[in-house]
Design a binder for this molecule. Sequence first.
Ligand code: GDP
Ligand code: CA
Length: 320
Amino acid sequence: MHIVVPAGGIGAARFLRGLRAAAPDAQVTVIGNTGDDITLFGLRICPDLDTVMYTLGGGINDEQGWGRADEAFVVREELAAYGVGPAWFGLGDRDFATHIVRTQMLSAGYPLSAVTAALCDRWQPGVTLLPMSDDRVETHVVIGDEETGGRRAVHFQEYWVRLHAEPLAHDIVVVGAEDAKPGPGVLEAIARADVVLVPPSNPVVSIGPVLAVPGIREALEATAAPVVGLSPIVAGAPVRGMADKVLAAIGVQASAAAVAVHYGSGLVDGWLVDTSDSDAVPEVTAAGIASRAVPLLMTDLDAAAAMVREALQLAAELAG
Ligand code: GDP
Ligand code: CA
């Protein structure tokens, strides 16, 4: 069985760990969000690809959900001693090595997809990790500009990490998406999919940019394979992070049903909501999406694997 998973960072990575446990024999292709990517200290950083790679490869800082385990911060201290920032983006020494390798390969002319494959040679994540595109796509958040009284766009990382998603987000702009091409293998993977699982990732800034690359949403809508999503919103709030802020920016309510309707019945055939949101099931069903309520908190690996089994079960029913 070939399973395709469009993915963000932490929520997706934990879900994918559950997927590998629940379906060890499945072939899994992950289409990773690169809208979060940023260049800092002259280095190209791909937070979502790295979170998936480190989590599945056993190198993640588990409590934090991102970055490396057993990390040291000597480089950060030395940069600070030079007065070189930004200090708001935490990069450890082990993590720096990944970004150095990536940047060196990109500078030598390799596309991001080839670089990602090379990094995965070390980590052996047990999935095929494909960037959504080799072209540069950057998610920006439109916020108020105190100086001019107008508006300005900041990189998603600046909004999320430096500003803690505190300023009101007026809009989300995925810069470069309309001119981007799907990465090598992405459309082929979707065409070969037996099942597509949309993990409980941020629908706006993680899955949104993947769907914004021309051809990817269309391929997911056209596939005969069942597409089943899992709600990242539980009991009217994101389980982790600030997804409600960016949902509001695009006019979508932070509820399990509203996210399903936002994806739409053209994209998702099935939608799992948490047991605490069972009253959302009729609304999702009325939108033409098969729905049921099951526990959706990834408290540990077993819980994540159980969620995957529920999603695969619903997919099997939808495939008839
Ligand atoms: P990011 O790139 O690190 O923000 O990661 P993702 O976009 O993949 O995931 C963030 C989303 O995952 C947030 O909207 C969370 O609400 C959701 N999430 C995190 N943990 C859980 C969980 O245990 N259950 C569910 N249902 N959603 C979760
Ligand atoms: Ca992310």
